[in-house]
Design a protein around this ligand. Structure first.
Ligand code: BG6
Ligand code: MG
Length: 215
């Protein structure tokens, strides 16, 4: 029987993925690199610095910047991103998610957030759903980001659960790999996991129970 669910944030709880793309493509353009939505798929779930490194490599500019310059570029992207998300609120929760969180709570299933984003706590607060979460991974404390399993291992520890007692929900390939690396069953939202849904509307309590049977 499933005892916990670990959710990714960007693209699962709210559609901030589009804002990450806007902010990255704007910054990339400034340094002469064009990125498109197809390339952006590779950035989903990937940490801020690793995303920047991937963009520089894509534009053959990986050796053009010092570490300090790269840090400044990543900060610039984040400042733009924070501007873009400053007005997000309850209306930006993806369809079905709050009802699912409520149902999980009513069934005594623990809930954690396993996000690679350092902005995650602020976003949860803006969405008004922080009280549903028993544990939120602090991305500042995680050494290896997705596809490494560290975020999900930390979330399991935070919930005091074994991998076989929880399922992970992700919209990115890197995230599915991370869930599997932590030894858990993965539900893919628009991406290939062990149990798949096309959108959060289809992500019901029954799907969680179905996934837990795969455990
Ligand atoms: C992940 C996103 O959740 O967080 C990535 O999918 C993002 O696109 C990463 O780069 C880090 O986010 P932040 O907010 O710390 O820059
Ligand atoms: Mg995501």
């Amino acid at each position: 029987m499933v005892k916990g669910v670990i959710f990714d944030l960007d693209g699962v709880i709210t559609d901030t993925a589009g804002y990450h793309f806007l902010a990255w493509s704007h910054l990339a353009k400034e340094i002469g690199i064009e990125i498109d939505e197809e390339f952006n798929e590779k950035l989903k779930g990937v940490s801020r610095m690793e995303s920047l490194e991937a963009i520089l490599k894509y534009g053959n500019k990986e050796n053009e910047f010092t570490w300090e310059e790269k840090e400044a570029l990543a900060t610039k992207k984040n400042e733009h991103y924070k501007e873009l998300i400053q007005n997000i609120s309850k209306k930006d929760i993806l369809p079905g998610i709050e009802a699912l969180l409520k149902e999980l709570k009513a069934n005594n299933i623990k809930i954690a957030l396993g996000s690679a984003s350092k902005n995650a706590p602020v976003i949860l607060k803006q969405l008004g759903i922080e009280e549903y979460f028993d544990y939120v991974v602090d991305a500042n404390q995680i050494k290896n980001s997705k596809p490494a399993p560290d975020i999900f291992i930390d979330a399991l520890k935070g919930l005091n659960l074994k991998p076989e007692e929880a399922v992970g929900v992700e919209d990115a390939e890197a995230g599915i790999e991370a869930i599997h690396g932590a030894g858990m069953v993965a539900i893919g939202v628009g991406v290939n996991g062990d149990v798949n849904v096309n959108s959060t509307e289809e992500l019901t309590y029954d799907v969680i129970l179905r996934a837990s049977k795969v455990c």
